[in-house]
Design a binder for this molecule. Structure first.
Ligand code: 13P
Length: 248
C-alpha cells in the first residue's frame, strides 16, 4: 500500500508564464518534512511544460502532460505529441482518459492504446474513469467502471506506473461532490475491480470540484490516496490550502 498522498493540479487549457511566480510558496511547502509523503504533480498545458520543469527543477514537485498520442515515438500526426516527446521533455506523468477528451470522442480503445504506449515509454499514467449524470441516474455507475477499467487497462502487464483517478463527470466543474457514502462505495468498487487485475495496490485519487471548502470531508473518505484538482489548482493559495488541510 502506498503511503503517498497525491495532489494533482490539472490546469487544463488555462495558465500563462506570468503565473509561475505564484508557485514559489508551494515549492517551499513541498520541501518541509511534514509534507514528505505528499506527491505534488502539475499538469500544465503543453506550451508551459518546459517552464514548469525548469521552475520545479530543485524541488520534489513533478510535471506531467494532460494527454498524448497513441503512437510512441514519431509519426505524421499533425498537432500531436508523442509519449517519447513528453519523456524527452522531462515529463514523468501523463493524464489519460480524462472525461473532457472522452467527451470529444476518445473511446476506451483510444485510451487503451495511449496507456500502453505511455507505459512503454516509462511514463506514469493517471488513468481517469467516471460516470456521467445520465449513467448515474440509470444506476450504471459500477458497470461503467467495469467497462472503462477492463477496456482501458487491457494488455497492461506492469501496474507500478498506474494511478487511477475517479472523476464523476457530473462533479467536474459543477461544485457538486458525491455524498460521502456513495463515494466510499464507488472507490471500494474500483479497488475491487483493480484487484482482479493486479496484486499491486494502485493509488486511487478523487477528482471533481475539489476545493479548500470541501476538502475536510473528502479527506476522510477511506480508500482515497489523493486528489485531482482542476480549477482550484490554478490558484496556488487555494491549492496550498487543500494540501495543508489534508495533511494536518
Ligand atoms: P474541477 O476541479 O475544476 O472540477 O476539475 C476536475 C478535473 O477535471 C480534474 O481533472
Amino acid at each position: 500500500m502506498t503511503n503517498n498522498i497525491y495532489f494533482i493540479a490539472n490546469w487544463k487549457m488555462f495558465g500563462s508564464t506570468s503565473l509561475l511566480n505564484s508557485l514559489n510558496k508551494l515549492i517551499n511547502l513541498s520541501k518541509l518534512k511534514k509534507y514528505k509523503n505528499s506527491k505534488i504533480i502539475y499538469f500544465p498545458p503543453f506550451t508551459l511544460i518546459k517552464d514548469f520543469i525548469k521552475k520545479f527543477n530543485k524541488s520534489k514537485i513533478s510535471v506531467g502532460a494532460q494527454n498524448c498520442h497513441h503512437v510512441q515515438d514519431y509519426g505524421s500526426f499533425t498537432g500531436s505529441i508523442s509519449p517519447k516527446m513528453l519523456k524527452d521533455l522531462g515529463c514523468k506523468y501523463v493524464i489519460l482518459g480524462h472525461s473532457e477528451n472522452r467527451n470529444d470522442g476518445e473511446s476506451d480503445l483510444d485510451v487503451n492504446k495511449k496507456i500502453i504506449s505511455a507505459l512503454n515509454k516509462n511514463l506514469k499514467i493517471v488513468f481517469c474513469i467516471g460516470e456521467t449524470l445520465k449513467e448515474k441516474r440509470k444506476k450504471l455507475t459500477h458497470s461503467v467502471f467495469k467497462k472503462q477499467i477492463n477496456r482501458g487497462l487491457k494488455g497492461v502487464k506492469n501496474y507500478r506506473n498506474v494511478l487511477v483517478a475517479y472523476e464523476p463527470v457530473w462533479s467536474i466543474g459543477t461544485g457538486v461532490i458525491p455524498k460521502s457514502k456513495e463515494l466510499e462505495i464507488n472507490v471500494s468498487k474500483i479497488r475491487k475491480l483493480l484487484s482482479k487485475r493486479t496484486k499491486y495496490k494502485l493509488p486511487i485519487l478523487y477528482g471533481g470540484s475539489v476545493s479548500s471548502k470541501n476538502i475536510n470531508s473528502l479527506k476522510n473518505i477511506s480508500g482515497i490516496n489523493g486528489f485531482l484538482v482542476g480549477s482550484a489548482s490554478q490558484n496556488s493559495k487555494k491549492f496550498i490550502d487543500i494540501i495543508k488541510k489534508t495533511i494536518n
